[in-house]
Design a protein around this ligand. Structure first.
Ligand SMILES: [Zn+2]
Length: 443
């Protein structure tokens, strides 16, 4: 422990001497002998992310950064081209922001090596009293302190993951509508086969839905021990509220109803699989858990429609006539469109050097080539839907964005729009980003 502290101090002096700029030295404030664990590291990475965000928001340039992951606890040393006092103010804000911040030790060293002091003493981890009184009088046992740290980490990381999920879902919805060209759909070129919506309608709707994704995730975490059906019933109620929020943001236009259902369940599935030290990021497991959540309810829905024999909606008519399950069927069977079609296409496109927009267009064509989009069948009938699927498959074989634009004009003229595929593209964007969102352990 002492060696680690000495090594850090030596490295700090070297950097101060070499760069002549203030340094931030960031460690976790963890009492007791265990200074490193997967949970502690996640707390540390969250602190690093908050620091980067704050430096970035203040327009400050980072001149040097080095990170060390050791049994003595993770450490970050960072030199910035800024006034030491300004850096200290920024670090204090991060330390005092919330519970998790209480676990961050963000020291700022002036170029002459002097450590800037904080004016307000920090509070006790267990009882919240200010000052070092509890520590110097050893008022709390090590297990008590460790328990308090664990609670802070669990609560703070749950909060951080919920915020991250909200951000990534919102981004996925906006990226989906902005992916261009999309045959028959609203994109940046045109409004496709839609008369009542523009990209802006989708952006407003995405904004109104922002907190819904975090709520679904939390509902999943809280319902981890419940039966899937119980958890799903709670989700459906939230989904109805989200639909109202969407309609009031868009003036009554249905932009995201399918995604509210599908992506909301996906977020809840991530919640049910969640652990603070290693959240599940595997799309396949998340898709399986999503299916598990909704299967009983979807089967009951379908059984009711079959029994009634009379469809109440376009979706129910398609189910009765063609056995197409729409968004519900797709989710209940584990999102094959996402896991087997769109996501692999997105991954191979991006890793092969395409930009996300073009990879997204290909992922959409891949979904359309399946020929199961119930919006297409509902509007054009099964023959036209099959022709559309063939055309999408042909475009995938010889990628040419001008030909995709011609296909867009063609579908628009026929009033056809693969809305179900667009929803699955948004889910694919989200799962792609969520899988890659974990900070790396190497550096
Ligand atoms: Zn105390």
């Amino acid at each position: 422990m002492l060696d680690a502290r000495e090594a850090r101090a030596r490295r700090q002096r070297e950097l101060l001497c070499a760069l002549g700029r203030p340094l931030i030295s960031f460690c976790m404030n963890i009492p007791g002998p265990v200074k490193d664990s997967p949970l502690i590291r996640r707390g540390f990475f969250e602190g690093c992310a908050r620091l980067d965000e704050a430096l970035d928001a203040s327009g400050l340039t980072v001149l040097h950064r080095e990170r060390k992951l050791a049994p003595t606890g993770p450490e970050l040393l960072l030199a910035a081209d800024a006034d030491a006092k300004r850096l200290k103010a920024l670090c204090l804000e991060i330390e005092d922001r919330d519970g998790l911040g209480r676990l961050f030790d963000l020291d700022v060293l002036a170029p002459d090596g002097e450590k800037l002091a904080r004016s307000e003493p920090r509070r006790c981890l267990v009882c919240g009293r200010p000052g070092r009184d509890c520590a110097s009088r050893r008022l709390h046992s090590v297990p008590e302190l460790q328990g308090a740290v664990r609670e802070i980490l669990l609560g703070g990381l749950l909060q951080a993951d919920a915020a991250r999920i909200e951000e990534l879902c919102t981004h996925a919805l906006i990226e989906e509508v902005e992916t261009t060209p999309k045959p028959g759909l609203v994109d940046l070129d045109n409004n496709g086969a839609h008369r009542d919506m523009t990209p802006d309608t989708f952006r407003r709707s995405a904004g109104a839905l922002r907190t819904y994704w975090g709520e679904c995730f939390r509902a999943g975490v809280q319902g981890r021990a419940d039966a899937p059906e119980t958890c799903f019933a709670a989700l459906r109620r939230r989904g109805k509220e989200a639909e109202h929020a969407m309609l009031s943001a868009t003036g009554g236009v249905n932009t995201h109803k399918g995604v509210i259902f599908t992506l909301g369940t996906v977020c809840a599935a991530i919640g049910r699989l969640w652990s603070a030290d290693a959240p599940c990021r595997d799309p396949k497991r998340i898709a399986e858990q999503s299916a598990c959540l909704c299967r009983a309810a979807v089967e009951a829905d379908f059984a009711a429609v079959r029994e009634r024999g009379l469809p109440h909606s376009a979706g129910e008519r398609l189910f009765l006539e063609f056995g197409l399950g729409g968004a519900r069927g797709e989710l209940a069977s584990g999102l094959p469109g996402v896991v087997e079609y769109a996501l692999p296409e997105l991954i191979s496109g991006i890793s092969g050097g395409l930009d996300r927009d073009e990879a997204g267009v290909r992922a959409l064509l891949r979904l359309m080539a399946r020929g199961t989009d119930s919006n297409l069948v509902a509007r054009g009938g099964p023959e036209l839907a099959a022709l559309t699927a063939e055309k999408a498959a042909a475009l995938l074989r010889s990628p040419d964005m001008e030909a995709v634009r011609a296909f867009d004009r063609d579908l628009t003229a026929r009033n056809l729009s693969p809305g179900g595929c667009a929803d699955l593209l948004a889910v694919s964007y989200f799962l792609y980003d969520w899988e890659r969102d974990a900070p790396s352990s190497q550096e």
